[in-house]
Every structure is written in structure tokens, then in C-alpha cells.
Design a protein around this ligand. Structure first.
Ligand SMILES: [Zn+2]
Ligand SMILES: [Zn+2]
Length: 148
């Protein structure tokens, strides 16, 4: 099998794939190279890949994850409105702060009101308190079965 080589022309596409949510590993697989080769190729060409696999998630990976999270919030007006409705309800005293509650799945302090029925207007205040760990798990689908 011929050795696969990466060309600078591929950078735009690689960046796009990465922004679309592909990890370094899966992009590398597409081009038939290993992820280390892909990473150093991008580094050499000053392209920062945002979607690191957990193996690469040092402080940089964490920051990039936060960026992605933020971007999702900004790009998702339904989520933004639902979050805002909760914010207002807390301000008006209709809802306690998430941090004053206990996670629905464990004994940790809750950190967010999760919209377990989605972000439709009638469900804006239909929320459950969850800790950051379980909030993460919910959005990964692990706790979806508890959503009824
Ligand atoms: Zn929890
Ligand atoms: Zn949530």
C-alpha cells in the first residue's frame, strides 16, 4: 500500500470536517494516515483542530470543547430562549437556583436546570436539576431513558 501523504490543499477540507464534528482520529482514517501524522501536519500549517479525541484533551482540548459548547448555544435559538425563560423564572423566584438543588441522579449539588422535555415553549420551565457530570451524560444520551 502506497504511503499516504497530506497536502496543504487538504487543510480547508480537514478544518471543515473537524468543525462539523469529526474527531482527529476519524479524519485521519479518511485520509489513510494516523492521527499523530494528521495532528502534526495541521500544527505545522497553523491549523488548530478543535475536535480532539479525549486522549488529546489537555487544557487546550477543554478550552476547545467550551468554545464548541458556546457556539452550539449561540446557534441554537430554541435553547437560548429556554435557558432565558429559566433565568427569568429564577429571578422572579418561581424557581430556585439550580445550585440550591440536588442532582436528580446523584447527591451532588445541581449545576444546571436541564430541559428534559426539549426546548419547545410549553416545556421552557419543565426542567430537572442535574449536576455537571450527569448533565453531560444526559446530553450524551446515557440517561435519556429517564426522560419521561
Ligand atoms: Zn448527578
Ligand atoms: Zn441540558
Amino acid at each position: 500500500m502506497a504511503k499516504k501523504v497530506l497536502y496543504p490543499e487538504m487543510l480547508a477540507e480537514i478544518t471543515k470536517l473537524n468543525t462539523d464534528g469529526l474527531t482527529i482520529g476519524s479524519i485521519a482514517a479518511r485520509y489513510g494516515v494516523c492521527s499523530t501524522t494528521l495532528s502534526s501536519f495541521c500544527k505545522r500549517n497553523n491549523v488548530a483542530l478543535i475536535n480532539h479525541s479525549p486522549r488529546y484533551a489537555g487544557i487546550e482540548g477543554v478550552l476547545h470543547q467550551k468554545e464548541r459548547h458556546l457556539r452550539r448555544h449561540i446557534q441554537n435559538p430554541a435553547l437560548r430562549k429556554a435557558r432565558y425563560a429559566v433565568y427569568v423564572a429564577i429571578k422572579q423566584g418561581k424557581l430556585p437556583k439550580a445550585r440550591d438543588c440536588v442532582c436528580l441522579y446523584c447527591d451532588n449539588m445541581a449545576y444546571v436546570w436541564h430541559h428534559h422535555k426539549g426546548y419547545a415553549k410549553e416545556n421552557w420551565l419543565d426542567v430537572i436539576p442535574v449536576c455537571s457530570k450527569h448533565h453531560g451524560l444526559i446530553h450524551k444520551g446515557v440517561h435519556n431513558r429517564c426522560q419521561d
